[in-house]
Design a protein around this ligand. Sequence first.
Ligand SMILES: Nc1ncnc2c1ncn2[C@@H]1O[C@H](COP(=O)(O)OP(=O)(O)OP(=O)(O)O)[C@@H](O)[C@H]1O
Ligand SMILES: [K+]
Ligand SMILES: [Mg+2]
Length: 673
Amino acid sequence: MQKQSPNLLDKTVLRAAAWLAFKKLTPKAAATNPVMFVVLIGTVITAFFTVQRLFAGQPFGFELTTTLLLLFTVWFANFAESVAEARGRGQADSLRSAKRALKARRIKNGNEENVDADLLRKGDRVRVVQGEYVPADGEIVKGVATINESAVTGESAAVLREAGGDHCGVIGGTKVLSGEFEFEVTADPGHSFLDRMIGLVEGAQRQKTPNEMALTVLLAALTMVFILVVVTLPPMAHFMGVSLDYTMLIALLVCLIPTTIGGLLPAIGIAGMNRALAANVVAKSGKAVEVAGDVDTLLLDKTGTITFGDRQATRFMSAGNTPVVDLVNAAVLTSYEDPTPEGKSVLELAEREGYRVPERPVSADYIPFSAETRLSGITLADGTTFVKGASDAITAWADARDIRIPDDLKALVKEVAQSGGTPLVVATDAQILGVIALTDVIKPGVAERFARLRALGVRTVMVTGDNPVTAGVIAAEAGVDDFVAEAKPEDKLNLIRAEQAKGRLVAMVGDGTNDAPALAQADVGLAMNSGTQAAREAGNMVDLDSDPAKLLAVVEVGKQLLITRGALTTFSLANDVAKYFAIIPAVFAGALPAIAALDFMGLHSPISAVLAALIFNALIIPALIPLALRGVKLRPMTAERLLRNNMLVYGLGGVALPFVAIKVIDVLLSLVL
Ligand SMILES: Nc1ncnc2c1ncn2[C@@H]1O[C@H](COP(=O)(O)OP(=O)(O)OP(=O)(O)O)[C@@H](O)[C@H]1O
Ligand SMILES: [K+]
Ligand SMILES: [Mg+2]
């Protein structure tokens, strides 16, 4: 479900960007971009020459044209960045409309008071009822509600949020459709998700990523090299008895330095962030999006990520001679206070099948389900305990109590597991009663996405708390590369560490508090917005749609960012090399007949050659803006093949294009000059 991003050539966007690009024509703004800074200095110098010649009564047409072309080059570079920013700004406006003046019922010392939402602070308790807007970001501590989050996510389907689980997160500005709850505020005003998103799309919080920094340094170094080359030209020319024109040298320098990629680099980065946002993913930094493109291993859990995660009980299968009613009764007792989908569905199945089940006990100790123990249960007032859980967990529990394992248990567990279902073994402290079969459905399309990721060189590993047989069946059906079964939360963390120790970059997704350490350890940690505050803080990205499969899209957005940057860098550098060979002979041909042999382009005159190159050099920036913003199309192939293809297309294309374009512009100029 992608949010509609404004049209690339939307008139209002372009107009806003054009103005913004003018405002950026300052030395301070240019200073962040070394290549453009050099062009700006060149502009000032050629402008000086223009004025000088004007006052000396000499012809100044070439100087003036060069000055204007250089100014346009910087303006086009600013324009590219501004279009990317302005496109984000449109998104920010629609987000800002979700931020309205909200009221809150704050609870203080047991009393309720009406306050402006601006006054809410971290830790405050607030009550919200049906029909109201959630006044701040927070976690539900009491109650349950369905919420329409469309103001923030663009998704209009109602979502369920409740206390005490991994789905307790609420976002300020969203609307409560039904139910009521109390929540604890987790963000001060100005630091909410909405605020963060708005800041991100407006580029206010944009910092250069490490890769972008490295590339900027490289481009600056190249610029330095070309400055040295051009500076040594006059003495050399002088030695050969040729005197060179300084305006022409500056024009030559600008043609040679990497202005194309220098001008498009910021736009490419912003566009990547915008694409992540359009997919409803809030990255805490541009770096996170970029790292996602380099990820080698993707850790996914099974339930809820690969499958829909709404595991439903579908069958009671008793073991040995145990009557099915005994199994059902025990299963029901363990589920009265089990709020998980699994627990609820056990009660529903018993009712649907018409069993007369025991009353809900008035006083009992409940054993809540945890991913650590992988079981849930109840101890009645008379001391009898009933548990249900993963087969290995219950077998271990039974072993510790010297409870005999029925002979046919293994076969029952296997039968459920082989169909891809999850067997829950039910036991009392006297015997093992049987198995509840839970079924879950694999999300459509995941197998194709994994195949696509594999083609891109990303390994997928499924980590699940489920048994190895079920895990194997689901893994095969979904087409993951590897799986780990019977995993506890800390196993995820260890797995991430092990992968990282092999020099791999790891991405994972999670929503629970127990996922937080792994989310923090992973290079890309995608937290679900529905998840706990701990998870949302630990991850470096948050998915507003709370769809764990979104991780796949995030990796693709990151890859596309890296590939686009690589392709345009190749193209830009190839261009510069070509321009060198296209215009140097023309510039020297008149003075040095020996070089005329190299002047295979047959350009009209040195002046038209240089102007043609400058015009091409300026126009190529806006011509590539659409590609920079949309991104190079991501085709499933390995990194090496991608690199080779890019070198072929963008490298060879980048070499060939300037020759053709400069020749055409030169012919047109010769008609004018
Ligand atoms: N409500 C429950 N009561 C008892 N046992 C449960 C309950 N829910 C799940 N289990 C058992 O605990 C195991 C671990 O559950 P957990 O939710 O940690 O992982 P999972 O959902 O199987 O896998 P994943 O990590 O892919 O989400 C399950 O495979 C199941 O056997
Ligand atoms: K250039
Ligand atoms: Mg789970």
